[in-house]
Design a binder for this molecule. Structure first.
Ligand code: GTP
Ligand code: MG
Length: 170
């Protein structure tokens, strides 16, 4: 049987660590563009309850013409993730800005399952937890926070599995 797909739209502040996160997680990524939208889609296998899924990441900039992603937003298993660098206070501010821009453009089409991803967890945190909590509250509803390091691998695989699990349980 074909593996079920899980779709994650991912964006974040400059240098947040998105490429590192995606490239270092599973190692068997195949960049491709099945959508014809001109963006790289990277995929990996992830296990949830011993079942294998194919997780696809669509990395976008906040200036990306989101209308061209319309088909993705209508998929069964879809979530949106915004990444920032926990060692850089400005990065969190940018993450908020980017999230707001995307949310405004998408309106009601915004996926219900959302993630705030804190990278660089191997470095000292440059902001109080309250600042992170405030952004999560602003993102509303089903927003989950995951923190990891793509450098040391700390909580990296666990974060990938959580992403998948939360999207599947919706
Ligand atoms: N210490 C540490 N460094 C990291 C981590 N993740 C990424 N980096 C470093 O942070 C820098 C930016 O990482 P990228 O993965 O290129 O970030 P990005 O979000 O793809 O950046 P752009 O696409 O260029 O905006 C690189 O020098 C990485 O080596 C992490 O968890 N810990
Ligand atoms: Mg990158």
């Amino acid at each position: 049987m074909a593996k079920e797909d899980i779709h994650v739209i991912i964006s974040g502040s400059r240098n947040a660590g998105i490429s590192s996160f995606i490239n270092q997680m599973a190692g068997d990524y195949e960049p491709h563009d099945e959508s014809g939208m001109g963006i790289d889609i990277q995929s990996a296998s992830v296990y949830v309850n011993k079942e294998e899924y194919n997780i696809l990441f669509y990395e976008i900039a906040s200036t990306f013409p989101l209308d061209s992603l319309k088909k993705i937003f209508q998929k069964k298993n879809v979530g949106i993730a915004i990444m920032f660098d926990v060692s850089n206070a400005v990065s969190l501010e940018f993450a908020e800005l980017i999230y707001n821009q995307i949310a405004e453009k998408l309106g009601t089409r915004l996926p219900r399952v959302k993630f705030l991803l804190g990278s660089h967890s191997d470095l000292p945190k440059a902001m109080p937890q309250e600042a992170i909590d405030a952004l999560m509250a602003g993102m509303g509803g089903k927003t989950y926070y995951l923190e990891f390091s793509a450098k040391t691998g700390e909580r990296l695989l666990e974060s990938l599995e959580r992403l998948a699990q939360r999207i599947l349980e919706k």
